[in-house]
Design a protein. Structure first.
Length: 550
């Protein structure tokens, strides 16, 4: 029998609980105060602590034989279940009888927090969604739902297995994290996604973006960039001949936000390696945008709750021929229009003018490896002032996330970049991989006690620097002293500091305004200016470059 545990939230220490002690199939789950079993045995001979029946769980193998787990309540025999087999975000969880087949809504992976909090996400492999305390509520009895995984401010989605007596168990089947290409993963630096065998083409590639918090920037692109299989299976070039079997070697499809619209784009490049370049495709294609837009936006903002689905289309040879895009609102209804952009017929460059022959279907290629990046528009860089979401990639066959290098030694990724961060993902082969992305949302808040502050929303586990200025007579300011500052942000991006005036002989007004700025290693900053006793609005820094210090 598996170890009996409570599953405790890192947000507020509440545990996963079957509402009202119900033993009925379909009873809802909530986050509730632990009822018993949290006090360790201190004296020999004392009875062992017991867990409340409706808060007790065991992690067991999938009865249908997959690599995933079910989480079962031993008292009722019911397991954690997504209501009605739903694949929509925000759906409630219940306790339901274990199914021996067609049980995708009862399967879970335990994904450790890459930022090192010691907690784990409970991720459903069918959707990529994770168990969350709805709205991050601290209310006893708050609903449990599934939602896209958050990169920042994720304590509402992080859990720990707790034994009788309150100790955290170390005996749970956690997934391993894939080696990241960089730390942190940002901009154009991303995992390379590829199958186990380059002899099997990737087809049915879909990229889905679930927007958790408004994405705001002037312009950006979501790029699906890849290569044909390398080395080409069954292809034996002659001495001096190009090692490339296909006319196209760099495949680039994507979506661009520009002028408050979402449009599609594509560009193709021929092989650039040594040897003969196939004569039919001597120059890159012209980067082309779809005449129709998928959606019109307001204020350069993609609202929270939006879902964007991008699908690569294949012909009978598995060649990637086009990209199709759709947009949905928070209710799951399609908004805007479906747009498809084909690479076939796209003109190619000849010298400095787009006068080359159009791309033919026979000059395209299948897909062997690819990246998905959220970067600037073609030729540019994007700076996001807000944004949080999850991108989910699904393919046939299964793929794994590699730190690189690419199978094709000629390639290193795209030239565009951004300040968008990405989260780590699990290792191994999977039909789909869900990856959070986002930019920090820093804040600074005064606490009880003179010149004492707490902050949140900076990048986790990074070093900090701070500046403080106190006002004096004549409209001037003088530097303050940082009496106490967290050496690094915590795994959840929080920090604290205490400041005092630099010169104790100056008669500072303790109720005067004081300016504080705290900056992490990546230029994200939190700060503002206000009275110590009456704090006005404005103590929220925007992600990006810190203000220059004088």
């Amino acid at each position: 029998m598996a170890e009996l545990i409570m599953i405790r939230s890192l947000l507020n220490q509440h545990v996963i609980d079957i509402e009202n002690n119900s033993t009925s199939p379909g009873a809802l789950l909530d986050a509730y105060t632990a009822k018993s079993g949290t006090v360790p045995v201190l004296n020999p001979g004392d009875p062992p602590p017991k867990l409340a029946a409706n808060q007790t769980w065991e992690v067991l193998p999938d009865p249908a034989g997959s690599q995933h787990k079910i989480i079962k309540n031993p008292g009722t025999g019911n397991c954690i279940d997504i209501q009605n087999n739903s694949t929509s975000p925000g759906v409630r969880l219940d306790a339901y009888p274990v199914k021996s087949k067609d049980n995708q809504n009862q399967l879970w992976d335990l994904l450790p927090d890459p930022f090192g909090s010691g907690g784990f996400f409970l991720q459903n492999p069918q959707t990529g969604f994770v168990i969350e305390i709805e709205h991050g509520s601290n209310t006893v009895g708050a609903a449990l739902v599934v939602n896209p995984r958050r990169l920042f401010d994720s304590n509402r989605q992080l859990w720990a297995g707790v034994q009788a007596g309150g100790a955290v168990t170390g005996d749970l089947p956690l997934l391993t994290i894939a080696t990241p290409p960089f730390s942190p993963i940002i901009g154009s630096g991303q995992y390379v996604l590829l199958p186990k065998d380059q002899a099997v083409n990737l087809t049915g590639v879909t990229v889905t973006l679930d927007i958790i918090e408004d994405v705001v920037t002037d312009s950006f692109s979501v790029q699906i960039n890849g290569n044909p299989p390398y080395p080409p299976p069954g292809y034996n070039p002659k001495p001096g001949q190009s090692p490339y079997k296909w006319d196209v070697e760099w495949i680039q499809f994507g979506m661009v936000m520009t002028n408050n619209t979402l449009v599609l784009f594509t560009q193709l490049w021929p092989p650039s390696g040594k040897g003969d370049v196939p004569p039919a495709f001597p120059q890159p294609s012209v980067d082309e945008y779809s005449p129709a837009s998928m959606l019109t936006l307001n204020n350069n903002t993609i609202p929270a709750g939006t879902r964007i689905a991008l699908t690569l289309d294949n012909d009978k040879n598995d060649y990637v021929t086009s990209l199709t895009g759709k947009v949905f609102n928070s209710s799951g209804a399609q908004i805007g229009q479906t747009v498809t952009l084909s690479a076939i017929g796209q003109p190619t460059w000849k010298g400095s003018s787009p006068q080359g022959p159009p791309v033919k279907e026979s000059e395209l290629a299948p897909l062997g490896a690819f990246q998905v990046v959220i970067v600037g528009p073609p030729g540019g860089k994007a700076h996001f002032t807000s944004g949080l979401g999850t991108l989910t990639v699904a393919t046939t066959p299964d793929i794994s996330a590699s730190p690189g290098p690419w199978p094709d030694p000629e390639d290193s990724g795209t030239g565009e970049t951004s300040n968008m961060f990405y989260g780590d993902v699990q290792s191994g082969l999977h039909h789909q991989i869900a990856q959070p992305f986002g930019v920090p949302s820093p804040s600074l808040t005064p606490q009880t006690g003179l010149y004492t502050f707490s902050g949140a929303g900076l990048y986790p586990n990074t070093s900090l620097k701070a500046k403080v200025e106190f006002p004096v007579e004549g409209g001037k300011t003088v530097a303050g002293v940082i009496e106490s500052l967290s050496s690094t942000t915590a795994p959840d991006g929080s920090f604290s500091l205490i400041v005092t005036p630099q010169d104790g002989s100056i008669p500072y007004n303790p109720y005067a305004s004081v300016a504080v700025t705290v900056t992490d290693s990546y230029g994200n900053w939190a700060g503002g200016q206000g009275s110590v006793t009456t704090w006005p609005k404005g103590w929220t820094g925007k992600s990006g470059t810190s203000p220059e210090y004088k």
